[in-house]
Design a protein around this ligand. Structure first.
Ligand SMILES: [Zn+2]
Length: 438
């Protein structure tokens, strides 16, 4: 059995930190420790002065941070090609940039190359697990799961369902979509670390019949995930109200179709009300807060505090390509700024918890990922605390742990990432060339 010991400063969470508590005891920081990994799983940790002994492959990274790999709960694999597209809000952005890019993924070669590029990019940004929208094409799902499986990654994805209000080449129909879903579920759900998500793009692009079919799939197998978008943009909310006049709210469209359950991941949730939040809590569904995307597309400011006070589950996500970076550090930094606009201060602990153990818990995967507890698969990332003279100086004068970690979170990005391991196997290492140009 392979035995790997990584030496550095270990940071993870033993439970959810309270909002605003910079001294939260739930943040577990173990300065200068060995993280012990045997056969791909974390088996323990011990002080750096205590050598693991014979038979261990040792890597000494004293002074660097070791965290669980980040979990990005909402990201679109084909949208790397539309990152940073100028000048539109959600509905125009979809028509102008995103739908044309996604149509190209009908081609098997484009889908395979795109999936490889996407998975490599996640690992090069410190993200080891993700909940992903590929495209409407079955082949795009095969390509993504194939690329993730080659690296042993935890991947949750499914064929995008769209049977109306989408251009030619991106529409399915209820019967064909159902056959495709059943086939993909049979081949990928529960295979290795792959899980299938019934993937409704959003209410406007599915007929009531398709939503009902998606709900029936969920009802037939409670282990399936469900992912979609909800209440992202005001024009979108008005459109949904016109399309579904009988629904109490946008969220109610999904609830009525049987799509809200403990494995549902709903991106955005900006324009929800108190009744919606209570419904999310009752059904155990989570919202994926996508601050970078919400700022870039001008969608609105998500109210984390109201959401948390309602007791609803929450994770944080890049939403690339609406978001402008796959980096969860940049995403969390944007999250801090969005909350600050509402007069709330997001601690590094609440932010990092949401991107690791909190996301794992919301996905019911916290016995597998999200922390450095013994028994978890060793999905871990190694980070430089500072890159460049400015960040180095800022970190050098930090007076306490929260200040140092907060500055790392705000100033850091993928350039701080040294290496990523998935189930104990190295899957990314910053090249020596990159190191010397720094
Ligand atoms: Zn999205």
């Amino acid at each position: 059995m392979t035995k790997v010991a990584l030496r550095g400063d270990l940071l993870d969470f033993i439970a959810e930190p309270a909002w605003g508590d910079t001294g939260a005891q739930e943040a577990r920081y173990r300065a200068d420790h060995w993280l012990l990994i045997e056969g791909g799983r974390i088996t323990g940790a011990q002080p750096g002065a205590q050598d693991p002994g014979e038979g261990w492959q040792r890597e000494d990274h004293r002074g660097r941070l070791i965290l669980p790999g980040f979990i990005d709960t909402h990201v679109h694999s084909p949208q790397i090609e539309v990152l940073a597209s100028y000048g539109t809000e959600l509905l125009d952005w979809l028509d102008t940039y995103t739908f044309p890019a996604e149509r190209a993924h009908a081609d098997l070669g484009v889908a395979a190359a795109g999936a490889e590029r996407f998975v490599r990019a996640l690992l090069a940004h410190g993200t080891t697990s993700a909940v992903v929208f590929p495209t409407v094409h079955k082949s795009s799902v095969d390509a993504l799961f194939t690329a993730a499986s080659a690296r042993g990654m935890r991947m949750i994805a499914g064929k995008v369902l769209m049977d109306r209000h989408a251009p030619d080449g991106l529409r399915d129909d209820v019967d064909q979509a159902e056959r495709d879903c059943i086939d993909l579920i049979g081949r990928w759900h529960g295979q290795g670390r792959n899980a299938y998500a019934v993937t409704v793009r959003f209410a406007p692009t599915s007929t009531p019949a398709q939503l009902a079919m998606a709900g029936a799939l969920c009802k037939a197998d409670a282990s399936l995930y469900m992912q979609t978008h909800v209440a992202e943009n005001r024009a979108e909310v008005q459109w949904v109200a016109a399309l579904f006049p009988e629904a109490r709210s946008y969220l109610d469209v999904y609830a009525s179709a049987g799509l809200l359950h403990p494995r549902s991941v709903l991106a955005h949730g900006i324009w929800l009300d108190a009744d919606d939040r209570a419904e999310l809590r009752e059904r155990g569904a989570q919202v994926a807060f996508c601050p970078s995307s919400n700022l870039f597309l001008g969608s609105g400011l998500f109210d984390w505090v109201a959401h948390a006070q309602a007791g609803a589950a929450l994770s944080v996500a890049s939403d690339v390509g609406g978001g402008t970076s796959l980096s969860m550090l940049r995403t969390l930094a944007d999250g801090y700024k969005v909350q600050a606009m509402a007069g709330h201060r997001l601690t590094a602990w609440s932010a990092l918890y949401a991107a690791t153990r909190g996301a794992a818990r919301a996905l019911h995967l916290d016995t597998e990922i999200g922390s450095l507890e013994p028994g978890r698969l060793a999905d871990v990332c190694l980070w430089d605390r500072a890159v460049g003279e400015v960040a180095e100086r800022r970190l050098a004068v930090a007076r306490d742990l929260h200040e140092a970690v907060f500055a790392w979170m705000l100033l850091g990005d993928e350039r701080n990432l040294v290496a990523s391991w998935v189930a104990g196997v190295e899957q990314f290492r910053r090249s020596a060339k990159t190191e010397t140009t720094r």
